[in-house]
Ligand binder design. Sequence first.
Ligand code: PFF
Length: 456
Amino acid sequence: MAEAHKAVSGTWATRWTFILAATGSAVGLGNIWKFPYITGEYGGGAFVLVYLACIAVVGIPIMMSEVLIGRHARRNPINAMGDLAVESGSTRAWSLVGWMGVLAGFLILSFYSVIAGWALNYTADIGMGLFNGVNAKQTGEMFGDLTSNPGRLIFWHSLFMILTAIIIARGIHKGLENSVRIMMPALFVLLLVMVGYSITSTDKFGEGLKFLFAFDFSKLTGEAILVAMGHAFFTLSLGMGAIMTYGAYMPKQASIGGTVLTIAVLDTLVALVAGMAIFPIVFANGLEAGAGPGLLFVSLPQAFGSMAGGQIFGTIFFLLVSIAALSSAISLIEPAVAYIVQQHNVSRLTATICFSLIVWLLGLGTVFSFNIWSEVKLFDKNFFDLLDFLTANIMLPLGGLLISIFAGWILKRSVVLNELAMQNLVRFNTWRAAARVLSPLAVLVIFVTTLYKAFS
Ligand code: PFF
């Protein structure tokens, strides 16, 4: 049996803390902001079905692989992949997967922070009553006012990056655990309140459900399938080492399979409930389902503006969205910080400040892509769209593919069996078949067919 590695940065207090932190990473803007708007853009039900299939066939097995690699190595993804590869008789070049993950984390956080800044801005604006009594047209204009103003965007983006840096600098215990324990359940309850509003105050709940769950396969393009798969990675925080880093802090006795399943189910539930809250309001107000990134920020504020107690509910809602974003943001930068601290003995504070500055600077590209650079395009995509596409649809699936191959083919069977500690061999073999063949194949087929179509 391979010898156990020592934990470098401590471990979570319990299995539940790991579940909370990983769920905190998974549940974020991806569920509440991105899932509804891309579902709207790519036509609804059939897209949702492909996304759910990807969660089950690709997401869950790869998340198990990430956790087991992290927990076995007990270090950051760069060293974890490199060290375990050498230990297994392979090449240290596997650490490149960790490097790609660190890069993906920087790129994602740079735009994630700008969007999270919108949520902060809405928390303040709704709190001050600016949305009381507004109609759908006005919320559209107010959203336009925000995105066309670089100064305002930079202010909120900066504030969000500062909050992220403060939590990261304080370390995994004080910073992360406390923020997810109460906030996540509260967010879920408020989403249910919004579903209640959609059912009672609009007569479009059925239409919303139909849009989400009726499969119209004629709308399913190759790009839609790629985006659905990419989103499965994005929403579960996979393919870049975030979950691997958290896995490195996971207590030894906790079961990986059960834990991962819990996280995936919670994450998926939040996304579907967000969709059920948003689409009825979209249809009831004649808004465009394919309106793009502004969908959440145009649909819900209108509802808050017209419902009883909306000023309070709305403020709490966007505050919770901001917190959900924060608990995801920290997991985007933690792998890089963990690497520098563990490998190069730099203090956590210095590492955090340097990385946050780099990410903040990159974020300006996204800020400008909504205004002064909106016409600067490559492959018909502005800076923000390009970053989003490159990270979610290319880098994360590629990282996930390699991680799956690593866990399935490079790591010794005995090491994996010991780490997963599954009593039931059928379950173990199912995971192994998925990790070795099914998940990599699914990612490859989707990659090859879409890219082939794009360039032919
Ligand atoms: N899963 C987060 C969300 O859905 O908002 C985003 C994210 C976090 C992606 C961490 C990737 C990651 F490593």
